[in-house]
Ligand binder design. Structure first.
Ligand code: SF4
Ligand code: SF4
Length: 184
């Protein structure tokens, strides 16, 4: 039996710890707030998180974290602004693990694509590098691997709207087919 792929990380931790983009949001209802799949919610609740921290998404499975005010912005309740660390890092959702990559619809909403958000300074600086380009193959394969593609198709609210800051790098063919099979 083929072993499931493990998602590698491309951005070094020390780069993220000195960056102030992730985990902070301009609006309390930002659509960019992380979305957790049904099983990710079970995991963080089993770890002690309160279920009131989540709001149900349209797919009826996944839920989005409710952001909390912090200074002039809003932050994820799992973010520690003192240390800039994620307090649930080992069990953070796929939505956070893949950033600066984004799962989204293309502009005319006819396809599900993978893109790189150029708001991430690392993504913008490294986009052309060979390592980054090979990582695109890795993450696309991971997202379309057995088990993962079905999990995304079930928790389809994970697929966000088109964003102009995101450069499309792949059409996710298996995921497109899985959603058509589900009638979505
Ligand atoms: S924007 Fe990029 S570099 Fe900054 S914290 Fe997020 S992933 Fe790390
Ligand atoms: S779950 Fe962790 S990585 Fe994701 S937004 Fe919250 S603090 Fe950041």
């Amino acid at each position: 039996m083929q072993r499931p792929l493990k998602l590698q990380q491309i951005v070094p931790s020390k780069v993220c710890l000195s960056c102030d983009v992730c985990c902070r949001f301009l609006d309390q209802d930002s659509f960019l707030a992380p979305i957790f799949t049904d099983s990710e919610i079970e995991t963080v609740i089993a770890d002690g998180a309160n279920s009131d921290l989540f709001r149900q998404m349209t797919d009826g499975k996944s839920a989005q974290i409710k952001l909390k005010p912090h200074k002039e912005m809003y932050i994820c309740p799992f973010f520690d602004p003192e240390t800039s660390e994620c307090t649930i890092y080992p069990i953070r959702p796929l939505d956070c693990q893949i950033y600066p990559f984004a799962l989204m619809y293309n502009e005319d909403r006819t396809q599900i694509v993978l893109g790189v958000d150029m708001i991430c300074p690392f993504g913008e600086a490294e986009f052309q590098a060979e390592t980054f380009q090979s990582y695109i193959n890795h993450i696309a394969s991971y997202l379309e691997s057995d088990g993962v593609v079905e999990m995304i198709a079930t928790n389809w609210s994970l697929i966000g709207p088109y964003q102009e800051t995101v450069v499309i790098v792949r059409v996710l063919e298996k995921l497109n087919r899985a959603l058509i099979d589900c009638g979505i």
